[in-house]
Design a protein around this ligand. Structure first.
Ligand SMILES: [Zn+2]
Length: 145
């Protein structure tokens, strides 16, 4: 007789809300890819996605695949109240990707009090209650808190 698998709790994390400029980013996330916007004129990476390059004002842009590797630049543990969809507030971190852009996310698979600036992390994807996903980060293999 094989054991019955434990039922997985349904995800409670809210679905992403985004503008048309960021649709490519979220389509990538749905496929398990972390994508970025790069200016086709000056080649600057831009995040969050926007209609115009902040460096050269070009409206020509392209999509590039990002490594998903980076470091915690800064972080905060919200205490009260827990945001909608969370029993406890998740650690909120500013992640600096190795490509040089920063994005706001969560760090998982580590006690929040152990997360420090400089912690090496890699992207993974957390399911949302509407069947979508959001990029979150976990300590990279061999990284120390
Ligand atoms: Zn540019």
């Amino acid at each position: 007789m094989t054991p019955t698998p434990e039922p997985q709790a349904a995800p409670t994390r809210p679905d992403p809300v985004f503008t048309p400029d960021a649709a490519f980013f979220w389509e990538g996330v749905a496929r398990g890819e972390l994508l970025g916007q790069r200016c086709s004129e000056c080649h600057k990476l831009v995040h969050p996605p926007r209609p115009m390059c902040p460096a050269c004002h070009s409206v020509k842009r392209e999509t590039v695949k990002l490594s998903g590797r980076g470091k915690v630049y800064s972080c905060v543990i919200p205490r009260h109240p827990a945001p909608l969809g969370f029993a406890e507030a998740p650690l909120v971190a500013l992640i600096e990707l190795e490509e040089g852009i920063r994005l706001v996310s969560n760090v998982i698979d580590i006690p929040p009090a152990s997360v420090r600036a400089g912690l090496e992390v890699e992207v993974t994807f957390a399911p949302t209650r509407g069947g979508k996903a959001v990029p979150v980060f976990r300590p990279r293999q061999g990284a120390r808190p």
